[in-house]
Structures are given as structure tokens and as C-alpha cells.
Design a protein around this ligand. Sequence first.
Ligand code: FES
Ligand code: FES
Length: 172
Amino acid sequence: MSQEKKSADSIHICINGERERLDIEPGETLMASLRRAGHYSVKNGCDEGVCGACNVILGEEGLTRSCLVPAASCDGDDVMTVEGLLDDDGRLHPLQEEFLERGAAQCGYCIPGVLLSAYDLLQRDTVPTEEAIADALSGNICRCTGYVQQIEAIQAAAERLPDAEPAAEGEH
Ligand code: FES
Ligand code: FES
């Protein structure tokens, strides 16, 4: 984070590996700045930190509700949106494939935030239990799916990822 943040009317951030300048309005949130710059996968669900639709992975802070973060505080930071899940050839991440395969997305509005919550979980826990997944999704509101397919999709994706390890006996 830079010393210039408070007075900046623009910031530079690295979005999904690409350096970008964001113009910011006074008091604007990171969510608002990202959306104004065309990063519409960062959804505005509630604008008050409740629904998780605006989730991004923000530098060392990790999973973050971008509607609660002043854009001016993010100068120099790395930001990952759901597009960052794609590999270098533009192929979907196993999480995205499993969501599609299992009908875990309906209207889709919550999905970028849900996928980033799942991605954040799998960075910390390569063999998550159903309870761990439900806990990870507890900050995401989905009004369509009831979460069951989402939890199944996350478990299936975890099993496909290279770091997945067999669960120890009694762990589930
Ligand atoms: S829009 Fe940020 S938590 Fe709902
Ligand atoms: S798929 Fe519609 S809100 Fe989750």
C-alpha cells in the first residue's frame, strides 16, 4: 500500500495480473471503482458487506468484500476477480466446470463471489469437509440454488485439483 492513497484520484492496481489505472471518486469503494472501469463480474448485491457478491481476492488480505474497502486504500495492490480463475489459455477452472456441470449456478448473480469464496477455501484446505465448505459459503447469499449443488461442486473440484490429498480416516 502506498503513502499517497488518501489524496489519490486515481490508483494503479494489478487486476488478474494486468496493471491498470483506476480513476476513483472521493470516498468511492473498490467495488464501485472496479465496476465503473468495466469489471462487472464484481457484483453489487447489497453495497453493505452482507451478501458476498462483490468478493475479490485483495493482495495479502485475501478474500475481501470490495464494497467495504475504500478504493483509495488499494493503490499498488493485486486484485483477483473471477476472471483470474481462468488459466493462461482461457480454460475454466475446475470450480467453474463443476458449477456448470452440476447446475450450481442459476441466475448467476452470486456466482463470482461464491467462486472466489470457494477458491479462497481451497487455497487453505485442499480436502474440505462439507461443513468447511458450508462455513466458507456462509458469507455468500444465493437466492436461487439452496447451496447444495454449490457444495457438491466445490467438493468435486477439490478432488480434481493437483494439491488434493486423500482425506485422513475419520476426517469427514
Ligand atoms: S455487495 Fe459487497 S457484500 Fe454485498
Ligand atoms: S444463482 Fe441466483 S443468486 Fe445464486
